[in-house]
Design a binder for this molecule. Sequence first.
Ligand SMILES: Cc1cc2nc3c(=O)[nH]c(=O)nc-3n(C[C@H](O)[C@H](O)[C@H](O)COP(=O)(O)OP(=O)(O)OC[C@H]3O[C@@H](n4cnc5c(N)ncnc54)[C@H](O)[C@@H]3O)c2cc1C
Length: 366
Amino acid sequence: MTVPQTLVRKAHIHLPQAGAFVDWLLQHWRDEGIDVSQPQAGTLLLALADVGTARLQQTSASGIDCLLQPVAPRMGELMQLSLAEHLAEFADQMAWVEGSWELVWEGDAPPATSRLQVMRVLSNQALSPRMRRIRLAAGDISAFAPGGLHVRMLLPEPGQAPAWPTLADGNRLHWPAGKAALARRTYTISAMDPEEGWLDVDALLHHGAGHSDPHMAGPGAVWAASAEPGSEVGVLSPAGGMVPQAPHCVLVADACALPAAARIAQARLACQSTTLLLWVSDAQEQAALAPAFAGMQVTWLRGGVPGASQLEIAQVLQWLAQQDWHPHDTVLWVAGGLPLTQAVRRSVARLPPLVQIKSLVHTYWR
Ligand SMILES: Cc1cc2nc3c(=O)[nH]c(=O)nc-3n(C[C@H](O)[C@H](O)[C@H](O)COP(=O)(O)OP(=O)(O)OC[C@H]3O[C@@H](n4cnc5c(N)ncnc54)[C@H](O)[C@@H]3O)c2cc1C
């Protein structure tokens, strides 16, 4: 991969435990299905097709040097944002206080163009018992228009008056003093109308949502179940993710990855062929969500906890083994729960026709 020197970005991270962050990042990226290697202790090399490469090198107990080589300016912004987000997530987990860690971009790194937009909920519609379509509006949504699939969202709790952060230091979220950080979750833009200034996300109410004990559900499901018209939510741009390009694509998605599978399949409809395996909990979910896949070559799998139940995972693997694979023109794209993605990765590494297939396996939840 040849990268123009003008796109190269360098940063230095100061933090209390450099080794712990490197170990966490290695595991996190491996779980995401990202091609990451560790040529020596303390060094991570990451390569993402169509995005670029990153090298992180631990220089001391409290220092890491970062070198990003994106293939295009927009990819550079996404890599910067992603690095800042991962570091902030780890700092949250470790309960490091503000100021004890920082990410400093070197010299003439191009200014990041990421934006945080506070959007308003226009409507919250039940597509099925488990899926909500939430329409969000902000006068100008052009920042999301260039075609990315997914956005990071900052989700207030029901009834909470949120204190919004600013984007500082090369895309790092900077929270107002004394205010707790809002939960961040990723959702797919299922539809948008830049002229009217709205976009839709379809959010799964997974296990625990609607439970009498709200702690049983994660903040994403709680937000989706209760987001009221007029309430605010934060959305980070630009959107990430891309439509896989190959003459033929095999898509496998659990319930929360259906919006992404639908976006990808629709984008490919005009000129490329796509085969889908979609896993939902029951016939009611299938009936409600099927219109998004009308006219496509779809196999539905029903039952268990989509993305997690072993019985259905075995059926997914069996289905994959039965496909007619053409190594030179096919991409396999899989997204869903960690148990599913781990099983698919193991299977891909073992099954002879699949070993040669380009596979993009993304963990959407764990
Ligand atoms: C690129 C990308 C795109 C995504 N697009 C969408 C989308 O369009 N719509 C959508 O609904 N989700 C989408 N997701 C998945 C979503 O971000 C996760 O499901 C997220 O964990 C939900 O947050 P939460 O706060 O509800 O649960 P969390 O607090 O993250 O998790 C709490 C517990 O809930 C359970 N859980 C979490 N997610 C799921 C799930 N999906 N199914 C079953 N159990 C679960 C697990 O037991 C977990 O331990 C996407 C994820 C990625 C990475």
